[in-house]
Design a binder for this molecule. Structure first.
Ligand code: 3NM
Length: 215
């Protein structure tokens, strides 16, 4: 699939082992894929490189089986080693240009942004998509102020590359995020922390579709 097709996702899922103690990441992510998740990011901020590599290999196989793109948070070297589809960077990680130099023109580079200046800089620097968040307060990324749906609305008006709203999004508040102009939604704890990730994914997709998005 082309990079443009990869970026035509509506529901983005990120791993968060601490949300499902005792359940393997690969099993939980497979449930999200059964429910229709359209892009998967491996995010492991506490494991060793070897542990991240092992998870990346397993998730690479799984995402191929479901034909969805696979992104790794940080670790461009592991992206290359496992033939992942791209990397996701934070504002404090390596610059987009350096990731591009390492990964070449065909891989996806995403970056988290927390205000419009960062979004426009990411766009200028050649990012393929941005994260817009945290929209609401969240324990999954503590210590960062919520940007509220007003940043989602600004991104919808001014950002021309794909953006995915993230942070504290649940089935209870997703309609507000969609009404603010988001077409792509990422929810982590609401999905991987639930007892039935497949069913929660289906519900998110229905809400995205109801708001006019192609799910
Ligand atoms: N990045 P949940 S918010 C990983 O704003 C991450 O850049 C964010 O998890 C950002 O859906 C976030 O559980 C956590 O709130 C998202």
């Amino acid at each position: 699939m082309s990079r443009e097709a990869w970026l035509d996702f509506r529901l983005y899922v990120i791993t968060a082992q601490s949300n499902h103690p005792g359940k393997p990441v690969v099993d939980v992510i497979e449930q999200t894929l059964i429910g229709g998740a359209q892009i998967v990011q491996l995010r492991n901020k506490t494991g060793t490189r070897a542990e991240v590599l092992e998870q990346a290999k397993a998730l690479r196989l799984l995402t191929r089986k479901y034909n969805v793109p696979f992104i790794i948070n940080d670790y461009p070297d592991i992206v290359i080693e496992t033939d992942a589809d791209g990397v996701h960077l934070g504002q404090e990680d390596m610059p987009v240009a350096e990731a591009r130099r390492l990964l070449g023109p065909d891989r996806i580079i995403g970056i988290s942004t927390h205000n419009l200046d960062q979004a426009l800089a990411a766009e200028r620097d050649g990012a393929d998509y941005i994260g817009v968040g945290p929209v609401f307060p969240t324990d999954t990324k503590p210590g960062r102020a919520a940007v509220t749906t007003s940043y989602v609305a600004e991104a919808a008006r001014h950002v021309s590359i794909p953006f995915v709203a993230i942070g504290g999004i649940t089935l209870d508040n997703v309609d507000l995020v969609l009404a603010a102009g988001a077409k792509r939604i990422c929810a982590v704890s609401a999905i991987v922390g639930s007892d039935d990730p497949a069913s929660v994914c289906r519900s998110f997709l229905r809400r995205i579709e109801a708001a006019g998005g192609k799910a």
